[in-house]
Design a protein around this ligand. Structure first.
Ligand code: HEC
Ligand code: HEC
Length: 268
């Protein structure tokens, strides 16, 4: 009797071990499949403003991590701004080590460039609250589906560039103006040209822009060159007609050339 029970136990333990191994394997496979199906370009517009991209409601109050920013005096924003990835991690993805290291956007939070976390760790960090995952971002409770969280996760690994490779410390694009003009007027890799919506000098309000719109390409490229490269690569939240050239395979050189040309355009 005793002996039988021991053998039965052994079988149960063995079956449980097999089930566990199988479950682990299939959850790894499921992660790989979800990652492969994710849209990093959409994740890039969500990094800019996920509320506008998804149409979800703006969560109440400030982002739960906002109160713990190392510098609570420089950046006094509240509400939706505190929920935007770019507000804590920057347009250069380098947080306090980049352009948001000083000025009115400084939070003291670090960047995400070249993270050493795994896909699953980033997914869990974005989804879960800080009560279950250290620094958990609570975007699951804010309404983001798992598919949208995978879009963001894939962006984290494939979207961010080291902008210092093509924008110098003074904010100048290190590209070729003539080649950039050809991209502006001819389109990047077959996409609709910038000129067709923004005009040859960038001062034509694009279709759907509200009256009094002043975020002209020449203005953004000079005022905030690191923001400009993000808009060129991922498009503008809420303006789906503007191409996400990341999805078209825009190269770093093409991004640099386009930026160098657009910095020569009038700002207003
Ligand atoms: C309110 C500020 C805030 C917002 C908004 C925010 N984060 Fe974070 N993020 C943090 C903090 C704090 C950490 C932890 C930093 C640390 O390890 O000290 C972090 C860490 C990360 C990391 C891990 C980086 C690493 O390798 O350690 C990733 C990836 C990340 N965030 C992505 C995002 C994405 C994507 C979004 C938008 C969907 C976002 N974050 C929005 C504050 C923020
Ligand atoms: C199909 C039309 C279209 C094309 C093509 C297009 N854009 Fe746009 N762009 C828009 C619209 C629409 C907006 C948003 C207007 C608004 O805020 O309502 C916009 C916004 C912008 C902004 C402002 C972002 C901000 O910070 O508010 C910049 C910069 C910009 N576009 C640059 C470019 C460049 C450079 C190209 C070419 C690589 C380009 N656009 C191609 C339609 C287009």
């Amino acid at each position: 009797m005793k002996r039988t029970a021991t053998i039965a136990m052994g079988v149960v333990v063995g079956l449980a071990a097999m089930w566990w191994a199988g479950a682990c394997e299939s959850s790894g496979d499921a992660d790989a499949e979800a990652y492969a199906a994710a849209n990093a370009a959409r994740g890039g517009t969500m990094y800019d403003n996920w509320v506008v991209t998804t149409g979800l409601a703006t969560p109440a109050g400030n982002h739960p991590l906002w109160a713990s920013r190392p510098d609570t005096t420089s950046n006094t924003r509240t509400g939706l701004d505190t929920w935007r990835c770019k507000e804590c991690h920057g347009w250069d993805y380098r947080g306090v080590d980049g352009a948001y290291g000083d000025g009115s956007h400084r939070t003291g939070f670090p960047g995400i460039l070249n993270t050493t976390m795994t896909h699953r760790e980033v997914f869990d960090l974005l989804k879960n609250p800080a009560s279950t995952t250290p620094n958990g971002h609570a975007f699951g409770a804010a309404g983001l589906s798992d598919a949208e969280l995978w879009n963001l996760t894939r962006f984290v690994f494939e979207g961010p560039l080291d902008t210092s490779a093509f924008i110098n410390a003074a904010g100048d694009y290190l590209g070729d103006v003539a080649r950039g003009q050809a991209l502006f007027t001819g389109g990047v890799r077959g996409a609709l040209s910038c000129e067709s919506c923004h005009g040859a000098d960038g001062l034509t309000p694009p279709p759907g822009a509200p009256a009094g719109w002043t975020d002209f390409p020449g203005f953004i490229a000079n005022d905030n060159p690191r923001e400009f490269q993000h808009k060129v690569r991922f498009g503008q939240p809420g303006a789906p007609a503007m191409p996400a050239n990341f999805a078209n395979g825009i190269s770093i050189q093409e991004t640099a050339d386009l930026g160098a040309f657009v910095q020569t355009l009038p700002e207003s």
